[in-house]
Design a protein around this ligand. Structure first.
Ligand SMILES: Cc1ncc(COP(=O)(O)O)c(C=O)c1O
Length: 401
């Protein structure tokens, strides 16, 4: 049994807002006390800049920062901590790949995306295509809102250089068959970037077993602070990637006749990094690893099932995304009410959800809608949260109809 009610006590936000029902976890998750403590402890005990200091605080700060890198590597089963690059988040990690590895592309090379991507996994590739003459190809979805594998296979060719795909759709929750897609892409000679923003807090990730080339995620969607994220790159590919931003930390030597660059991952971390946030990320992933991950997955699955069963009893609700392999979120629209109006009513009763296009406008366009109301779960959500949501939603729809 997964005791979410007990676990919820570790999150100060719920003591500060006893009436809060937080179902906006796909946007950002709340932080357990140990993560907040880790950041505070760092600032109170170890604060210094990393890597270049010759004093004890500098080495303590460096140990804490590099320790977090090792925790991340273990968490996604990366072969080495030297393949972990800290970024500001998923968005920056994808932009980094587009601006470094992407610079090897030329006119006519193809990048395959899917119709369900977040804008962060679309726009950097569009910008790269504009710079290089590369061409974007878009995988259609099947009737359940998962990538259509037949269509995907038909798009793969020797022109394909990259497949960039969300592990879990942030808008409709479908989980993509990543291992299968990596295998097919590699047969065509292409690399695969997986956007793990919505996956990493829910699914157990093994980048080696899945056969991924680039894995990216944001700390704040996995119980960690904002301002820190991760790019993991398979080592052979990583060694060939040129630097992106120039500055301190990323160099081996600098002179006015030219500069040489540090080895990975430092080559990609110009300037003072987000040290305390990295420490917070390490604490969050350690905390998450300490949970029974399969019990957590089952718990979140149960909450979504409870929600979707309840929604089916209320007239006039459409659930978008019916993939049999679906993560812990549900997107819905209403025949008699606008999602924004519903969300306002829910907010008055203490329920936080997200409404809008979820930064996935092409997907919503494909679905023929302009926005949905999304309820998304995390470890601290309970079956009472779902019951309360369903009761308040029923009242709201009665008022709005
Ligand atoms: C699937 C997906 N990709 C990328 C992002 C962007 O993440 P961030 O804003 O943390 O960079 C998000 C955020 O919602 C997301 O859900």
């Amino acid at each position: 049994m997964f005791d979410a009610l007990e676990l919820k006590k570790q999150f100060p936000i719920f003591s500060n807002h006893p009436d809060l029902t937080y179902l906006d976890n796909a946007a950002t998750m709340q932080k357990p006390r140990c993560v907040l403590d880790a950041e505070r402890f760092f600032y109170e005990n170890h604060n210094a800049n990393v890597h270049r200091g010759a004093h004890r605080l500098a080495s303590a700060a460096t140990d804490a920062y590099e320790g977090a890198r090792q925790i991340v590597a273990n968490f996604i089963n990366a072969p080495s901590h030297e393949e972990i690059i800290f970024t500001r988040g998923t968005t920056e990690a994808i932009n980094l790949v587009a601006n470094t590895w992407g610079s090897t592309l030329s006119a006519g090379d193809e990048i395959i995306l899917s119709a369900l991507e977040h804008h962060a996994n679309i726009v950097p590739w569009q910008m790269l295509a504009q710079r290089t003459g590369a061409v974007l190809k878009i995988i259609q979805l099947d009737q359940y809102g998962t990538v259509d594998l037949e269509h995907f296979s038909s798009l793969l060719s020797d022109k394909t250089k990259l497949v960039a795909i969300s592990h879990v759709s942030n808008a409709i929750g479908s989980i993509q068959p990543i291992a299968w897609m990596c295998n097919a892409a590699h047969h065509a000679g292409a690399k695969v970037l997986v956007d793990g923003a919505q996956a990493v807090a829910h699914l157990e990730i093994d980048v080696q077993a899945l056969g991924i080339d680039f894995y990216v995620f944001s700390g704040h969607k996995a119980y960690a602070p904002t301002g820190i994220g991760v790019l993991w790159v398979e080592n052979n590919t990583l060694q060939k990637m040129p630097p992106w931003q120039g500055g301190g930390e990323m160099i081996a030597s600098v002179s006015f006749s030219g500069s040489t660059y540090a080895a990975a991952p430092y080559r990609f971390e110009a300037g003072t990094p987000a040290i305390a946030q990295a420490v917070g990320l390490g604490a969050a992933l350690t905390w998450l690893s300490g949970l029974d991950r399969s019990a957590l997955l089952a718990h979140e699955h149960q909450l979504r099932q409870q929600l979707e069963t309840g929604l089916a009893q209320i007239a006039g609700i459409t659930i978008h995304g019916q993939s049999p392999n679906k993560a812990a979120l549900t997107s819905m629209t209403f025949t008699t009410a606008h999602p924004y109006d519903v969300a306002q009513f829910l907010d008055h009763r203490g329920i936080a959800v997200r409404v809008g296009h979820h930064c996935a406008q092409p997907l919503l366009h494909t679905l023929g809608i302009s926005g949905t109301l999304r309820a998304s779960f995390a470890a601290y959500n309970t079956s009472q949260d779902v019951e309360y949501f369903l009761a308040v939603l029923t009242d709201t729809l009665e008022i709005l109809s």
